[in-house]
Design a protein around this ligand. Structure first.
Ligand SMILES: Nc1nc2c(ncn2[C@@H]2O[C@H](COP(=O)(O)OP(=O)(O)OP(=O)(O)O)[C@@H](O)[C@H]2O)c(=O)[nH]1
Ligand SMILES: [Mg+2]
Length: 454
C-alpha cells in the first residue's frame, strides 16, 4: 500500500512573474491550507472554487494576498486532496509560503512526485504521465502533438490491445499444457500462430516510428561548417530570423561556437555556427576550429558551406574529404556572384545532398529547409497515428519484439511451457510502457527526470 504524506512544491517556474503557484497534495492538504489562508469573507469551502484572501504564516504574519482553491479527492490531478495558493510570483513570497507549510509538517515534493501519485492513484497511466513531461519540454509544435496524442492514451490503447492478443495466445498454450492427452488442437494452433505473427508486425510498425518521433522530440543537432568567409554566420542569422552572429568580410570573424535553437518545418534544430576552418589562424582561432570539428563529429547534421564565387581552397578540399557523406548537406553559397564551382563537381564526390543558395539575397532558403526536412522525416507522423518518441518505450518494444520473434521461430521445436515463459515475459515488458506492470525502481527512474512541482 502506498502511504501518502502531504507534499508541496512551487508549480510555476523559478524567478519573477505576475503569479506564482504553490501546490499542496495529500490528505491533510485542506487542513493545512486553511491554516494559512484567511478568506476576505466568512465562507465554507467548496471544491473547485477560487477564494480571495490573505496568506499568513502560523504566527499570523501576513505573507501575501491572493487566490486559494481546493480540489477534492479524487477529482484532482493527483487523485488526492489538492490545494493551490496563487500568490504573487516573487522568490521571497513563495519561499515564505513554503516555510510556513514546512512548519506545519508538509514535506517538499520530489521531482515528479505529483505525477507519480497521479499514476499510483490510477488517474493516469505511465505513458500518459511521461507525455505530460514531454508536452512541458516540447520544443516544437510537432513534439507537442506527439505528447498530446500520448496523453489522450493512443499509445497505451495500442499497447494494451497487443497485450490482450498475447494473452489470448497464452490462454491457448495453457489449455494445451493442462490437457496434453487431448489431441493437439490444430485449428487453435494455426490461429495462435497467426495472432502471434500479427502482434510481431504491429510492434515492428510501432518500432519504425521511433526514429522520426525522436527527431521531433529531441531535435537535430546541426553544425554549420566551412572555411572562413564562406557565409556561415550569414546563414545562421537567416535561419534564426535574427542577427545572432557577427557577419563581416574579414575571414575569421567567428571564433567561438554560437548556438541557436531554431525550428524548421516543425523540427527543432540546435543550430551551431562555428569558426571558419583553416590551416593558418592564431591561437584563439585554433581553439575555435577544434571545437567546431568536435561538434561536427557529434552532430546529426552538418551544413557544409562552400563559397562558389571562387575556386575551392585547400581548406575546402580537406573539409570535403573528411566529413561523413551520410549526414552532410553541402550548401553552395554566393550564387549571386559569377560561379567558379559547379554542383556537379560536388555530387561527383559522393555527396547526396547538395543545394545552392545566396545568403546575401536569401534565395534558396525554402529549398534548404525542404531538404533538411526530407533528410530526417518521411512525413508519416500525424496526430492521428500511433508512434513512439520515448527511448524507454522503444527499448521495451525491442525487448518484447525479440521475445515474440523467438517464440515464433522456436514454435515447432520447443515445448509449449518454455514458449509460454517468453510470451509471458513479452507481455510483462510491454506492460511497463503503460505501467500495467511496474516496479518501484522503474517508477523512481521515470519520475526523477520530471521537473520539480510536476
Ligand atoms: N555576394 C555574397 N556575399 C555573401 C553571401 N553570403 C555571405 N556573404 C558575405 O561574405 C562575407 C562573410 O560572411 P560571414 O557570414 O561572416 O561568413 P563566415 O563563414 O561566418 O565567416 P567566418 O566567421 O569568418 O568564418 C560577408 O561580407 C557577407 O556579407 C552571398 O550569398 N553572396
Ligand atoms: Mg562567421
Amino acid at each position: 500500500m502506498y502511504i501518502q504524506d502531504t507534499i508541496v512544491a512551487v508549480a510555476t517556474p523559478p524567478g519573477i512573474g505576475g503569479v506564482g503557484i504553490i501546490r499542496v497534495s495529500g490528505d491533510k492538504a485542506l487542513t493545512y491550507g486553511t491554516k494559512l489562508f484567511k478568506p476576505k469573507r466568512k465562507i465554507t469551502f467548496a471544491p473547485g472554487r477560487m477564494y480571495y484572501g490573505d496568506f499568513t504564516d502560523q504566527r499570523g504574519k501576513h505573507i501575501d494576498t491572493g487566490l486559494f482553491v481546493w480540489f477534492q479527492s479524487p477529482h484532482s490531478f493527483t487523485g488526492e486532496d489538492v490545494v493551490e495558493f496563487h500568490c504573487h510570483g516573487g522568490i521571497v513570497v513563495l519561499n515564505s509560503m513554503l516555510r510556513a507549510l514546512f512548519a506545519l509538517g508538509v514535506r517538499l515534493a520530489e521531482p515528479g512526485e505529483f505525477s507519480k501519485r497521479a499514476f499510483l492513484n490510477g488517474r493516469i497511466d505511465l505513458a500518459q504521465a511521461e507525455s505530460i513531461a514531454d508536452l512541458i519540454s516540447a520544443h516544437s509544435e510537432k513534439a507537442a502533438d506527439i505528447a498530446r496524442s500520448h496523453y489522450k492514451g493512443m499509445l497505451s490503447a495500442t499497447i494494451e490491445e497487443i497485450r490482450e492478443q498475447i494473452v489470448s495466445v497464452l490462454a491457448w498454450m495453457e489449455a494445451e499444457i493442462d490437457y496434453p492427452e487431448a489431441d493437439l488442437d490444430s485449428l487453435g494452433q494455426e490461429e495462435a500462430l497467426g495472432t502471434l505473427a500479427q502482434q510481431i508486425a504491429a510492434l515492428e510498425e510501432l518500432a519504425q516510428t521511433y526514429h522520426e518521433g525522436r527527431i521531433y522530440r529531441e531535435g537535430i543537432t546541426t553544425v554549420i561548417l566551412g572555411s572562413p568567409n564562406v557565409g556561415k554566420s550569414s546563414l545562421l542569422n537567416i535561419l534564426a530570423g535574427e542577427e545572432r552572429a557577427i557577419v563581416t568580410d574579414i575571414p575569421g570573424t567567428t571564433r567561438d561556437v554560437v548556438e541557436v535553437p531554431v525550428t524548421i518545418r516543425g523540427i527543432p534544430l540546435r543550430l551551431a555556427d562555428t569558426a571558419g576552418i583553416r590551416e593558418s589562424g592564431d591561437f584563439v582561432e585554433r581553439i575555435g576550429i577544434e571545437r567546431a570539428l568536435k561538434l561536427a563529429a557529434e552532430a546529426d547534421l552538418i551544413l557544409l558551406i562552400l563559397d562558389t564565387s571562387r575556386p575551392l581552397s585547400a581548406d575546402d578540399e580537406v573539409l570535403l574529404q573528411n566529413v561523413s557523406r551520410e549526414k552532410v548537406l553541402v550548401v553552395l553559397n554566393k550564387t549571386d556572384l559569377p560561379q567558379a564551382v559547379e554542383a556537379e563537381d560536388i555530387l561527383a564526390q559522393g555527396f547526396k545532398h547538395v543545394l545552392q543558395i545566396s545568403a546575401l539575397h536569401k534565395t534558396g532558403i525554402e529549398e534548404l529547409k525542404d531538404e533538411i526536412e526530407g533528410m530526417f522525416v518521411s512525413g508519416s507522423i500525424s496526430p492521428q497515428s500511433t508512434f513512439i518518441s520515448n527511448q524507454r518505450h522503444y527499448q521495451a518494444l525491442l525487448t518484447a519484439l525479440d521475445l515474440l520473434r523467438r517464440v515464433a521461430s522456436d514454435w515447432d521445436t520447443l515445448p509449449l511451457d518454455l514458449l509460454a515463459l517468453d510470451l509471458r515475459h513479452a507481455w510483462q515488458v510491454l506492460g511497463e510502457i503503460t505501467g500495467s506492470a511496474w516496479s518501484e525502481d522503474l517508477l523512481n527512474d521515470i519520475f526523477q527526470r520530471f521537473c520539480l512541482g510536476k
